[in-house]
Design a protein around this ligand. Sequence first.
Ligand SMILES: [Zn+2]
Length: 114
Amino acid sequence: MAELFTTLHCEPCASCRFEAWQHVVYGRLRWEEQQYCPASGVQACDGGWGPPPPRVRERIVAAEGTVRLAAGGPDGVPLKAVRALYGLTLPELRAARRTGLAATPVEARLLRAP
Ligand SMILES: [Zn+2]
């Protein structure tokens, strides 16, 4: 029986173009990433629920920037929502409360939603 080998994903090269974004689906955070390589013709997409992996988040932040949010207190977004969204440990949550959060615009919109 002949074996068929197919390459589904190329290693990113200098020609690869990436696009990453976030959106909210039924009140939950979702991220999407598209890769297109004009050199090899490869096109791939990826996505998932919750905060994006660091490499995807970097692209989103590079494209959209971040919003500084206060966490907790009368003017801040609820700590419970922050913890649920980012899966923070208690020390991380305390740090967020002290320094605020650098949220992406979509995360900020979700955290501010009532
Ligand atoms: Zn490529």
